[in-house]
Design a binder for this molecule. Structure first.
Ligand code: C5P
Length: 226
């Protein structure tokens, strides 16, 4: 078996035992496990327990606050086994730089651009900009602040990878053909996202709401495809 690569399993459940079951059943095929606010607030000890499996731990709290608070919040999380923490790039360059400083060598901030649950018309009405323009401006700004890893949708990743070949791009909003999109609006298939050059596929319900054998065979198909 090759070392697992490219897939982060999004564990959006308040039940620690359920999440640990996903870690146990899928860690052979996944390189990272993503803990969001639902799980972290219900069971913060999940962090240590995922690390026992020696996989990358991605804490997806999508922090958005003034720079001094962001700096202290991320500083407080470093050294606890968390490898990545998300911040909203809409918080601005100074906030992004404060996140980089707070994490130091140990905890890298990932800059979230425009949520994959937002559609182009909704974003344009709100911001007056096309999503792809907003996303690339956010990444440029984050890069200036020292951020090197970003979350974007499958629609934007190919252009971003060309503009920032040394950036690391995590792509959620992924659905296998035929799966329900749910609340996600900018959705892509795993193959589309791999072809577009994503570094990491962030997949939740398409793995966690199907049977374990189906989730494993889906992950195996991605390892083959990548
Ligand atoms: O279940 P699904 O595959 O839609 O889950 C996607 C995961 O990625 C969720 O945990 C969500 O919080 C996260 N995410 C996202 N869009 C972003 C950033 C993170 O869907 N822009």
């Amino acid at each position: 078996m090759n070392p697992p690569a490219k897939v982060a399993v999004a564990m959006d459940t308040p039940l620690e035992e359920t999440a640990l079951g996903w870690v146990r059943d899928l860690s052979r095929y996944a390189g990272a496990f993503k803990v969001g606010p639902v799980l972290f607030h219900a069971a913060p000890s999940i962090v240590e327990r995922v690390k026992e499996r020696d996989r990358l731990l991605f804490l997806d709290l999508k922090l958005h606050d003034i720079p001094s608070v962001i700096n202290l919040a991320i500083r407080g999380l470093s050294g606890r086994g968390v490898d990545r923490i998300t911040i909203h790039l809409s918080g601005g360059e100074e906030m992004a730089a404060a996140a980089v400083d707070g994490g130091g060598e140990d905890l890298l901030p990932i800059g979230v651009t425009v949520l994959t649950s937002l559609s182009p018309p909704v974003w344009e009405r709100f911001s007056g900009q096309r999503i792809e323009d907003s996303v690339s401006r956010m990444v440029e700004m984050g890069w200036r602040a020292g951020i090197r890893e970003f979350v974007c949708s499958g629609n934007e990743v190919s252009a971003l990878k060309k503009a920032f070949p040394h950036g690391v791009f995590w792509v959620p909003g992924i659905r296998f053909p035929g799966d329900d999109g749910g609340d996600q609006k900018r959705v892509s298939t795993p193959q589309e996202v791999l072809d577009a050059g994503a570094d990491w596929l962030v997949i939740g319900r398409s793995l966690t709401s199907v049977s374990v054998p189906k989730a494993r065979s889906r992950l195996l198909s991605l390892l083959d495809a990548g």
